[in-house]
Design a protein. Structure first.
Length: 279
């Protein structure tokens, strides 16, 4: 690629296949705007490259992504313009998801380890999702702040499965993710990369102009059913949640210390950071 990136690793493991890895392993690939700016730039550059027929998106180190970096000011260094008004962040995130949705090139999420909060939003924005069996996928933010910015969950998992995740904030593993509709298939973490590459190679054998139409055909059916309107409407509920007393109190605690605030949030559930079982 013509551009050098600080927060991404870019590989070309097979002809026609590009692999992007989020590269903040010391932060569990927590996303912040400098990384997001690089990610969208790289995706657009690859989408314009006639030699690239499929993109794999994964994470370097122990996980896919543990979510957004809560220590970073989300309104600074935005990768693309979004009007700064009430609920801007949710609208900004959804716009980014739809940027991936609208690429001609198929994008595959390769998920291992933690895939939490904003990490789930990124994965669900991709066309295909393959996960490690022992992945930990969840949106614990619903316990103290708000529903997701990008509300793909009901569309992918159905009302009952999505409702359970939204009301509990519980995580699911890779096998459950497949069963509930979040992911296509699961593999052992050891074989995940190789198995995803095999699928990518298969996709790359189809002429790209045909794949662009194939991808769009599925999306158009979802759009007829209202997916874009539904997800955009969800940003208003996310914005509403930011005005609740409980949310304001948790945000205040986060400003005092992120780790302590998250531990306080999860300790009554005994999971995530507070789990007694070594993860």
């Amino acid at each position: 690629m013509s551009t050098e990136y600080k927060y991404l690793i870019i590989e070309n493991p097979k002809e026609g296949v590009s692999r992007l890895l989020l590269n903040r392993p010391e932060k569990r690939n927590a996303m912040f705007n400098p990384l997001r700016k690089e990610l969208f730039s790289a995706l657009e550059e690859l989408d314009s490259n006639e030699n690239i027929r499929v993109i794999i998106l994964g994470g370097a180190g122990s996980c896919f992504s543990a979510g957004y970096d809560l220590g970073f000011n989300v309104s600074s260094e935005l990768p693309y313009h979004t009007s700064i008004s009430d609920g801007f962040w949710a609208r900004h995130v959804v716009e980014g998801a739809l940027k991936i949705w609208d690429l001609s090139t198929p994008v595959i999420a390769q998920v291992h380890g933690y895939c939490l909060a904003g990490g789930t939003e990124l994965a669900t924005s991709c066309d295909l999702v393959y996960v490690a069996k022992d992945a930990k996928i969840g949106y614990p933010v619903v316990r103290a702040i708000s529903p997701p910015d990008n509300q793909f969950f009901p569309w992918l998992m159905g009302m009952r499965n999505a409702m359970e995740m939204m009301l509990t904030g519980d995580s699911i593993n890779g096998e459950e993710a497949v069963e509930k509709g979040f992911a296509n298939r699961c593999f052992s973490e050891v074989t995940l990369s190789d198995e995803v590459l095999k699928i990518a190679e298969k996709i790359a054998k189809v002429p790209p102009e045909i794949q662009a139409i194939n991808k769009r055909a599925v999306h158009r059916q979802m759009e007829v059913m209202g997916i874009r309107t539904g997800i955009r409407s969800g940003t208003e509920l996310q914005a509403l949640a930011m005005h609740t007393k409980a949310t304001r109190e948790h945000l205040k605690e986060l400003s005092k210390g992120i780790t302590d605030a998250l531990n306080e949030r999860d300790k009554k559930f005994g999971d995530y950071r507070t789990s007694k079982k070594k993860e």
